[in-house]
Design a protein around this ligand. Structure first.
Ligand SMILES: [Fe+2]
Ligand SMILES: [Fe+2]
Ligand SMILES: [Fe+2]
Length: 326
């Protein structure tokens, strides 16, 4: 992220600032989840300076990731309203082997983006709504930086600096069911991001926007639960297109696609049905390979949600086709 001070005089300047921010917000909305989903659950606690409660590092990191998703939506919607094209490109993402190094990176990112938002210099009296939005977001970032700092302080105090994220066991990673779960998780993540694109694109239709948003959240929840299953199976969430260096640090400049089909209501809706169907089929294949038990029941619930999405999407499409003048 380029954090030099921005002077905002024209609409183009404003859209540029918002798109730079959007690339950042997309990246962190994934990056924090990659970090959290690779962390041990219920083992690292800190006292949250805002919540003023003992808090689980992993679950709070997920919540911060969700805040970032909301930031991305706010920026995307306003870029569209201004006649700009919201980017689905993301800044790069990184995963370090030690938990604390990821938190340090996350804190540093929060400080950088706070600076980007708070130092932008707007021409007097121009874009008051955008200025207000940017300042409001910036104080979420201030909160995030304090929360990450408190997590690191607690880890240092408790001698947890060397605590590692989960790593992939090569024998587990080679298994067919594990491979298939990776494929499914990639699709869950991609569909989440893709539904969010359509939320941004169709935000003027509030009913459609909220339905699409619900599906995005469902995909995020399944992605989260699948990440936990993967750890039980001895593997860990994969970052797409990541390169690992000799110290075990992974970096990816394109953790998610930056284009998705469909610019208009109908063609966007058309592309979602086959994507949901493919995901349902992949769950079928996986379910046939694994023994009965808790994990199987959990995966069936995720598949059930995709059947619900398929049903809803079919009717959204049918209604969009039959009701003229939308
Ligand atoms: Fe943010
Ligand atoms: Fe943030
Ligand atoms: Fe779905």
């Amino acid at each position: 992220m380029d954090v030099k001070q921005r002077i905002i005089q024209s609409e183009e300047d404003a859209i540029d600032l918002l798109n730079i921010a959007l690339k950042h917000e997309w990246a962190v909305s994934f990056e924090y989840l990659f970090h959290a989903y690779s962390m041990p659950k219920g083992r690292l606690f800190y006292t949250d300076p805002i919540l003023e409660n003992p808090t689980d590092v992993r679950s709070r990191t997920i919540q911060i990731g969700i805040d970032e998703m909301y930031h991305a939506l706010q920026l995307g919607v306003i870029i569209r309203q201004m006649g700009g094209v919201p980017t689905f490109n993301t800044d790069g993402v990184t995963r370090f082997p030690r938990v604390i190094d990821n938190l340090a990176l996350d804190k540093e990112t929060e400080d950088k983006v706070t600076a980007l938002y708070q130092t932008a210099k707007f021409d007097e009296d121009r874009f008051p709504k955008i200025r207000n939005m940017v300042m409001n977001i910036s104080y979420d970032e201030v909160r995030h930086a304090r929360q990450f700092t408190a997590m690191m302080d607690a880890m240092r105090r408790e001698g947890q600096e060397e605590t590692l994220l989960f790593t992939s066991d090569p024998d587990a990673a080679a298994r067919e069911d594990v491979q298939l779960l990776h494929t499914i998780m990639r699709a869950e993540n991609e569909l989440m991001h893709r539904y969010l694109k359509y939320v941004v694109f169709f935000s003027e239709h509030q009913d459609l926007m909220l339905r699409l948003f619900k599906n995005a959240v469902d995909h995020m929840k399944s992605w989260d639960k699948n990440a936990g299953i993967l750890i039980k199976w001895g593997d860990v969430i994969r970052i797409e297109n990541a390169v690992k260096d000799e110290k075990g640090v992974e970096r990816s400049d394109n953790p998610m696609p930056d284009t998705y089909p469909g610019e208009e209501r109908q063609d966007a809706l058309e592309t979602l049905i086959p994507a949901e169907e493919e995901l349902i089929r992949n769950y079928d294949t996986l379910l046939a390979q694994i023994p009965d038990g808790e994990i199987k029941e959990e995966l069936k619930l995720h598949q059930g949600l995709d059947r619900e999405h398929r049903f809803t999407q079919r009717w959204l499409l049918e209604n969009a086709r039959t009701i003229k003048g939308l």
